[in-house]
Design a protein around this ligand. Structure first.
Ligand SMILES: [Zn+2]
Ligand SMILES: [Zn+2]
Length: 239
């Protein structure tokens, strides 16, 4: 990368695709990855509140889950569905330690926030934390890496140590919704209330599936004095 700033790198021609690393003639995504990132918009649209993807035939603004009970966060949105190159990029970042992916994914997150007027003007970026046990296993928190890049693109401060996961919880996969809720209840906490007091916060994670993790973090942030919480993730699930 030489003396080039990281931001300049975005606009350099003749490099490799952000996500799949195939050579690209111009821009930062190859035609196939750009298609993947945009194609879903023909078939789906986000639930107005939780951002999970609804088929276009479904005409209500809110997904069935939000109709039943609104989540505590103001809104959530994502770059796209948890499929294809996006999914692969997340898995590589998380489990294969390809940390360099945080930069392009952070850029894509910043586009989502910039293009959705409902985000308003958040004042701080906060990553969904890992428990200390998980952190030791993985050696890094992918959401913190994403937050750092997103904060840089948006010019916002990143509060990395304010929200903590106090209790290690078993993996959520395989649990039904009530069990997941119980699994996470009270496991997040704000440790420095003064730093989130009165702030409109942007909570960052890699994937939103049921929205339960984001909801549990939101409850903790609101209890810690944040004024509101909006969520942005790289990928989201289909309703
Ligand atoms: Zn590509
Ligand atoms: Zn919803």
């Amino acid at each position: 990368m030489g003396t080039m700033g990281r931001r300049d790198w975005l606009f350099v021609k003749g490099r490799e695709c952000f996500l799949c690393r195939r050579p690209v003639a111009a821009g930062h995504l190859c035609p196939s990855c750009s298609r993947t990132l945009e194609m879903w918009e023909q078939e789906f649209r986000p639930c107005r509140r939780c951002g999970r993807l609804l088929r276009k035939e479904y005409t209500a603004e809110l997904c069935p889950q939000c109709q039943e009970k609104l989540p505590p966060f103001r809104l959530a949105r994502a770059v796209g569905p948890y499929r294809g190159e996006l999914r692969r990029a997340i898995l590589e970042l998380k489990y294969r330690g390809r940390r360099s992916l945080a930069f392009p994914l952070g850029y894509l997150l910043s586009r989502v926030v910039a293009e959705e007027p409902l985000y308003g003007r958040p004042q701080a970026v906060i990553p969904v934390p890992l428990s200390s046990r998980r952190f030791k296993e993985r050696a890094f928190n992918q959401s913190a890496l994403l937050s750092e890049e997103l904060g840089r693109f948006l010019g916002l401060k990143v509060l990395d140590r304010v929200l903590v996961k106090e209790r290690h919880t078993p993996p959520q996969a395989g649990l039904d919704r009530p069990a997941r809720l119980q699994n996470l209840q009270g496991s997040f906490a704000v440790v420095e209330s003064s730093s989130v007091e009165g702030l409109d916060v942007l909570l960052v994670d890699d994937v939103l599936t049921t929205g339960i993790t984001a909801a549990a973090c939101t409850v903790a942030l609101l209890q810690g004095g944040a004024r509101s919480v909006a969520v942005v993730t790289v990928a989201t699930s289909l309703c």
